[in-house]
Design a protein around this ligand. Structure first.
Ligand code: ACM
Length: 539
């Protein structure tokens, strides 16, 4: 009897403890969970202190709609009611660790999120979202269990990110994804406090951004006749045309959608390589008089923009339209995998080498990138390039995205250039995540959720001074083998969730076993959202 009583007591205590637990990813820096709770009632009011928080207040209201199928009153005010409130307060002179920090205080009468910036407020809302029952992700009222209790444990959270650059990338050129999917991708990222979306818009296999001055980019460069079937080397093609592009109106819509989620979109316009599609539309920008084709297979192609004045004029005109659409300070100019064979053979390229007093085609690439950098700098923008831009001399202001391991990033940081880490062995989310035989087709590699979780973006060989140049890291999503949104989600989730904690939570606080437990709750959220995540780590 005594044993039964004790077991019962233990069970009750355990269920109370489970109820009061808070599972947030990325794990907040400081969190104290207390033993009360705040209940969301139909009397709830959402209050915000400054106009610039209105969008976040509305975002929160949309999120909470399912709790009582109500639009709660949202109003601007500096004082809070006695109870039933969620207050968003901007406090620019508050003592916050950095620009994206926030505090989140839950008492039995209300919730207060405070931050120095609207970004901090948004991250507080995301933490609050994960403190609510997983049913908050539901959009169909009939699927919400009647007994769902809309309560939040009382708590005090003081939180800020470890890195200022927390990115995910998406290649929409190898396969094109519709606007609705891109928005969903951005929305999912925002729940894990990512703040940069690197939109890879141009490639050998397709050009995906409308440029009004160059209609053939839409008519020709956006389309390919056929796509390789299976792994590289099969030489089998599907003979199905594939393509598409985003109109400028669509791009504006996506940029605004991301901005509401405090995500900056960094567009990538590749140069001088990975340019077959643009050359198919405008062959006069190549070094050879020949027919160029939008590629239907993968890999690195010898076709490359020729460094003639016409090419620079084209790229500057393209970038003018790009800058109109994207407010991001950073513009990614690619720079990777640009074979020099055509430049070595081309009298035009050789003339430029001579004219500019360059040693070889590698210095010509540096000249090319530096010239584009100057153009963007004069318009108040900064370039990011893949680590090949170190070869032949790094452009003076460039930020380096280190993908061929960390070597390029280390070299750039030692030269006091900013760096974003995306080493292929851990940060390429196109890799297999389990035994190849058991998985859908992928490009290769092998990177588990745990590998991502254990990734450390700051290499040990950097001094504390040099380490400051590591702005953060990013997961890259190349889509040669991802023909649908479902497949993208399978490859990206939950690995991107593991990376989010690397980017936000202090390294010494990370704990795989504990993360694994928190991830189980996130899986319920993803289930409700209909995210096609890879299930290997689901208990
Ligand atoms: C890259 O993966 N070629 C940057």
């Amino acid at each position: 009897m005594r044993t039964i009583f004790l077991s019962l007591l233990l069970l009750i205590t355990a269920s109370i403890t489970v109820f009061a637990q808070v599972h947030i990813i990325p794990e907040p820096v400081e969190m104290k969970v207390l033993d009360g709770e705040f209940n969301i009632t139909p009397e709830l009011q959402i209050i915000y202190s400054e106009d610039e928080l209105e969008k976040s207040a509305q975002y929160l209201n949309n999120l909470l709609y399912v709790t009582h199928w109500l639009d709660y009153p949202v109003s601007k005010a500096t004082s809070t009611p006695a109870k039933d409130f969620i207050a968003l307060k901007l406090n620019p002179s508050g003592s916050f660790e950095n620009d994206e920090a926030y505090s989140l205080i839950v008492t039995t009468s209300g919730v207060t999120i405070e931050a120095a910036t609207s970004a901090g407020i948004f991250y507080g809302i995301q933490s609050l979202r994960q403190m609510l029952p997983v049913q908050i992700e539901q959009t169909d009222p009939s699927l919400i269990p009647q007994d769902t209790k809309w309560s939040i444990p009382t708590a005090e959270i003081y939180d800020h990110p470890r890195f200022e650059y927390r990115g995910l990338h998406l290649d929409v050129a190898r396969h094109f994804f519709p606007v609705e999917f891109v928005k969903r991708y951005i929305d999912l990222m925002s729940a894990y406090k990512y703040n940069r979306f690197h939109w890879h818009l141009t490639e050998d296999q397709g050009w995906r951004i409308e440029i009004k001055q160059y209609p053939k980019l839409q008519e020709i460069a956006a389309w390919r006749d056929s796509t390789l079937i299976g792994h590289y080397g099969t030489n089998k093609y599907d003979n199905v045309p594939h393509g598409g592009y985003y109109t400028q109106d669509e791009i504006k819509e996506v940029v605004a959608y991301a901005a509401e989620r405090h995500i900056t979109i960094i567009p990538e316009i590749e140069m001088p390589g990975h340019s077959s599609a643009a050359l198919a539309a405008y062959p006069e920008l190549g070094c050879y008089e020949k027919e160029y084709h939008v590629a239907s297979t993968w890999g690195v192609f010898e076709d490359i923009y020729c460094p003639k004045e016409e090419t620079f004029e084209f790229l500057e005109n393209v970038l003018d339209e790009v800058m109109e659409l994207f407010p991001s300070t950073y513009i990614h100019i690619g720079g990777d995998e640009a074979p020099k064979k055509q430049w070595d053979e081309s009298p035009i390229a050789q003339q430029v080498i001579q004219r500019e007093g360059l040693a070889d085609s590698h210095e010509l690439q540096s000249y090319f990138i530096t010239r584009m950098e100057k153009y963007l700098n004069t318009h108040g923008r900064q370039i990011i390039g893949w680590d090949e831009i170190l070869e032949g001399g790094l452009a003076p202001q460039a930020t380096v995205m280190s993908w061929r391991g960390e070597k390029g990033g280390i070299e750039a940081a030692k030269m006091h250039h900013d760096v974003i880490m995306t080493p292929w062995d851990t940060n390429y989310l196109d890799h297999y995540q389990a035994e190849e035989e058991t998985e859908p087709l992928a490009i290769g590699g092998f990177t588990t959720v745990e590998d991502l979780y254990n990734y450390e973006p700051v290499p040990a060989e950097l001094s504390p001074e040099e380490a400051k140049y590591i702005l953060g890291a990013q997961g890259n999503v190349w889509t040669e083998y991802m023909h649908s949104g479902e497949k993208v989600e399978y490859m990206v989730y939950p690995r991107a969730i593991a990376l989010s904690e690397v980017l936000w939570t202090p390294a010494e606080q990370k704990n795989w076993d504990q993360f694994f437990q928190r991830l189980q709750i996130i899986f319920h959220r993803l289930d409700i959202q209909g995210v096609n995540y890879a299930p290997h780590y689901k208990e």
